[in-house]
Design a protein around this ligand. Structure first.
Ligand code: GDP
Ligand code: IMO
Ligand code: MG
Length: 414
């Protein structure tokens, strides 16, 4: 069986999927983004510097690994060119990419629509036009990459879009899209067929989730979600292949963060939250916004596990918890006076949830850069084991710093 690994954000995004995917792609043949678009910001810190990836799959920073942008994404050609230029400026080899011909485009009009609809203030979106691009897709008026081979159709669609939205230069957008097609047409193709062949011939494929389970359009805290399928279910939906996964890795930050609006039961609004934000450098990779911070939420994580059926956990940013006298973990909620153990489907109910905490002892030793589990303070080891017991899933990787090698590897994944 071909090793197919799914790497999925288990919380509200920014769990450090980029670092984990980059690590697991060391020997992968393909790395596939299957959802989201330029709203994602996946950080990789390696010998070339810090790369904040928005649309380029993190595995594609390894020159042997083909980065696939599949049709579950929405693609912003302007942002992609910018991102590639940035990576080139860092002295990196150009990533090898395959773009699915079925991928819908994010156009300048989508950002304008997002602003007009007020989605950015109501939901705290990333203002990248991602929601309106997905909306146009299901409304059957989107432009796909394969349409760029048909200039008449593109011009017609852009004119129609201008009549409704206004605010952009049709000729300029048209000519940029044509130039993009000129430059990239050899890298546009049937990604489903390529993936299917790669899996059949035993190649190693990593599926890189964007955002996190709680931001999934169906399973997340609707309406405070993104517009795509962020869970493992997004993989068949967004690629057209249904792999037998050798591992489904839930990426879990050792505490909780969220950027944007919506319920967050364990949020710490006072000095504790501030301390987590400073220690974890919790500022958005895409927008620079300060992230809302709080304790680990096991009610939400049990729910994320029920949806994704994780085979392994990658626990990231454990180093950030060093120095706290005690560490709290939500094990249930109290809603309207009643104890609740299931994650509510309704955001209005979740907004009233008060966490019921279990308190674990903290540790004082700085563990930045630690590479061996047995050398961690016993309280840090106990924290990891507590999580394993509650979820019933082994913690295979532990992040101890932003750098690629600040990682504890406790077991093979495939
Ligand atoms: P992603 O969207 O899930 O890929 O996560 P982001 O890149 O948006 O946010 C994760 C942030 O934490 C980035 O700034 C990373 O460089 C950083 N980071 C990753 N792993 C660790 C870790 O184990 N410890 C610390 N302190 N920082 C980390
Ligand atoms: P990565 O892949 C964290 C959030 C936004 C907003 C909501 C909808 O880096 O984990 P959108 O622009 O998608 O319509 O915004 O989703 N959001 C993210 N939060 N990490 C992300 O990506 C996010 N992508 C979108 O803040 O609350
Ligand atoms: Mg991010």
């Amino acid at each position: 069986m071909a090793p197919a690994l799914a790497i999925i954000g288990a919380q509200w995004g920014d769990e450090a999927k980029g670092k984990i995917v980059h690590f697991l792609s060391r020997e992968a043949d393909l790395c596939v983004r299957f959802n989201g678009g330029p709203n994602a910001g996946h950080t990789v810190v390696d010998e070339y510097g810090v790369a904040k990836l928005h649309q380029v799959p993190a595995g594609a920073l390894h020159s042997h690994c083909l980065g696939v942008l599949s049709h579950g994404m929405v693609l912003d050609p302007w942002a992609l060119e910018e991102e590639l230029a940035f990576l080139q400026g860092q002295g990196r080899p150009a990533p090898k990419l395959l773009l699915s011909e079925r991928t819908h485009l994010v156009l300048p009009s989508h950002r304008i629509k997002e602003e007009k609809e007020g989605a950015s203030s109501r939901l705290g979106t990333t203002k990248r036009g991602v929601g309106p691009a997905y909306a146009d897709r299901v409304a059957r008026r989107g432009l796909r990459l394969l349409d760029l081979a048909h200039p008449h159709y593109v011009r017609e669609r852009l004119r129609a879009e201008f009549d409704v939205v206004g605010g952009f230069d049709v000729d300029q957008v048209f000519s940029t899209l044509m130039n993009f097609y000129q430059k990239f047409h050899e890298r546009i193709g049937d990604a489903r067929v390529a993936l299917s062949q790669a899996l059949a011939s035993g190649k190693t494929v990593i599926f890189e989730g964007a955002q996190g389970t709680m931001l999934d359009v169906d399973f997340g805290t609707y309406p405070y979600v993104t517009s795509s399928h962020t869970t493992v279910h997004g993989i068949p939906w967004g690629t057209g292949v249904w792999p037998e996964f050798s591992a489904i890795v839930g990426v879990v930050k050792a505490y909780t963060t969220r950027v944007g609006a919506g319920p967050l039961p364990t949020e710490e609004r006072g000095p504790l939250g501030e301390r987590l934000r400073e220690a974890g450098e919790e500022y958005g990779a895409t927008t620079g916004r300060p992230r809302r911070c709080g304790w680990l939420d096991l009610v939400a994580l049990r729910y994320a596990h029920a949806i994704n059926r994780f085979t392994h956990i990658a626990l990231t940013k454990l180093d950030v918890l060093s120095g706290f006298p005690e560490i709290r973990v939500a094990v249930a909620y109290r809603i309207d006076g009643e104890k609740v153990e299931e994650f509510p489907a309704c955001s209005w109910e979740l907004e009233r949830a008060e966490p019921i905490y279990e308190t674990l002892p903290g540790w004082q030793k700085d563990i930045q850069g630690a590479k061996e589990f047995t050398r961690l303070p016993k309280e840090a080891q106990a924290y990891v084991r507590f999580l394993e017991e509650v979820l019933g899933v082994p913690v295979a990787l532990i992040g101890t710093g932003p750098e690629a090698n600040s990682l504890i590897v406790r077991g093979e994944l495939s």
